[in-house]
Design a protein around this ligand. Structure first.
Ligand code: AMP
Ligand code: ZN
Length: 114
């Protein structure tokens, strides 16, 4: 997708502070962190949102979750813990239409979700 910010980060057109990368997954520091540790985790394939997931592209999600322990280690939160969030659509607060998961940590985030 030529006009997608995260696709531009994947192809190097926009710089990012990388935390982890493999063939299918990229993780980088969020530009506007909501916690002391805030990493954005994306598939290298363009999928607009969780609403677009199906049997044909679900490997993008399994690839991401397979990499989460390594990403948490690289981000320094594997021992202390973290929260993984996906925002989907308008009410979900999604602002970038390329599927991504937020990894938040570096402090006690409490028990509430909203
Ligand atoms: P969401 O609101 O769930 O769509 O999350 C999009 C996230 O991407 C926000 O937390 C933004 O701060 C983050 N973001 C947007 N542009 C960049 C960028 N160029 N580098 C790093 N993070 C970004
Ligand atoms: Zn994209």
């Amino acid at each position: 997708m030529t006009d997608c910010i995260f696709c531009k980060i994947i192809n190097g057109e926009i710089p990012s502070n990388k935390v982890f990368e493999n063939d299918t997954v990229l993780a980088f520091r969020d530009i506007n962190p909501q916690a002391p540790v805030h990493v954005v985790i994306i598939p290298k394939v363009h999928i607009a949102s969780a609403n677009e997931l199906c049997a044909d592209n679900i490997s993008a999600v399994t690839d991401i979750f397979s990499a989460i322990p390594e990403i948490a280690k690289a981000a320094g939160v594997a021992e202390s813990g973290y929260r993984i969030i996906n925002n989907c659509g308008e009410d979900g607060g999604q602002t970038v239409l390329h599927l991504h998961f937020h990894m938040l940590g570096g402090k006690n985030l409490g028990e509430g979700l909203v």
